[in-house]
Design a protein around this ligand. Sequence first.
Ligand code: UDX
Length: 439
Amino acid sequence: MSTTPIRLGVVGTGYVGLTTGACFAHLGHRVVCGDIDQRKVDLLNQGHIPIVEAGLEQIVNDARSADRLSFVFGAEAAAADADIVFLCVPTPQGDDGSADLSYIEQAAHQIAPVLKPGAVVVNKSTVPVGSTIEVEQALQRPDVYVVSNPEFLREGTAVTDFLHPDRVVIGSADRGAAERVAELYAGIETQIHVTDPASAETIKYAANGFLAMKISFVNAVAAMCEAVGADVGAVVDGIGSDPRIGTQFLQPGPGWGGSCFPKDSRALVKIAEEHGYNFTMMRGVIDVNDEQLERMVHKIVRASHRSDHDLTGITVGALGLTFKAGTDDLRESPAMAIIGVLRAAGATVRAFDPTTVGELSPHQSEVLSGIELVDDPLDIADGADVMVLFTEWPEFAKLDLNGLAARAGAGTTLVDTRNLLDPTLVRESGLNYDGVGRS
Ligand code: UDX
């Protein structure tokens, strides 16, 4: 626990803002989180967490009981009494691939009149290089400091990532402001990198770009394995024991998705382009990801015994919809993108996901409309011409394969886009198996 509690304001209660606020409160600071969604603020004040995020509910409610965490409507109310204000608002992708900074600018304009003299404003959202200066300009408050402190939180493990980070990066032109932000992390054992704002902002994009590159690399190697009759699992084991390579983030799949990699990889290309650098490697990483999606569609079409992309009359049973396991986030989910292509070609899709059982949120109802949802994973098999495992939910590894085979019919193919299942066991059940890069 930190010995010197600091007053913090957090603007935005998405998974980054909520995790940041709750974790700082857990570390002993006094945190007020503001959001423009009154319904969400009410829910949070009643102890309801609007997202699936392991451990978050517990620390939010512990901090609320200890009177260290509260939720208010709007950015001003969150910032008014704060010594340090975190901007954790979305930076969605703009029409041209660049990050849309309108939420950040709006938040800066709203908090500018209420900030205490000497306050520090921290950009936690992933923002293009140069945004620290842009926030300074939007604030028009020479008496406050603006610092970059990018987050490296994975959805599903955000709380653990926050409390046990590999590193904390702080970018500031002012040493004292950087030290004040560093002090917030006093209760955490980690390395703190203090650098200039442009480097801190670049670190965030470079980290996500590199991780996306690793996944695209292994997906390309998986395609090569299929062509030459090699097994990608054996290849990753073989290369991963070289510590310079390692095995992390080399799990083949349907392509990377989620709220960060797709938008950040495109933004990286765009930022480089705007500064006169053609980041061809990153363009390739994105192209390979698009190809991976097409490869998955091709596998499914082939398994449904159609020679073209007319899937009229075909029923696809889908296991998983979220972009990865451990989250209810459907943003840029490869499953959703592939299902979109299959449905556009005429297929009916019946799907199970552990986060879409029971009552759906309005957002889920909207984005999942047209997909037949079932509450038991085995139900996806009824009348299925092909089944596809999209998301690596651990429970899918324990599925009753004989039950699936009995209901879909022997000879139906199960396309395993995550290489989660044992091909031998799937085949023993009477189903055909097709994984990614598995010989
Ligand atoms: C990512 C970064 O990891 C995190 O540091 C950053 O702050 C936000 O973006 P997140 O989007 O939650 O986090 O997901 P992550 O676990 O990184 O996975 C991203 C995508 O890559 C998912 O679609 C996942 O399924 C895919 N993936 C990941 C693979 O296909 N193979 C892998 O080996 C790892």
